[in-house]
Design a binder for this molecule. Sequence first.
Ligand SMILES: [Zn+2]
Length: 70
Amino acid sequence: MIDVKQFSALQKKSKSSFASQRQMMKKVMKGQTVLCSICQQPLYLSTPEDEGTSGIRCKKGCTDIHLDFV
Ligand SMILES: [Zn+2]
């Protein structure tokens, strides 16, 4: 049995983190500096040419968000 309360809490959590990821992407794409929440290094936009996929990541790789829509 799935605990419904737990399930909806999980959904809320993933929704809000998706929203904050989108906010972060927008900032990076505008050229604003956004720091990785883990290592505090600036995030940068990677392109398929140099990384194999489009995404936003930090040098250490603790932030590694793939962009599907580019
Ligand atoms: Zn990092």
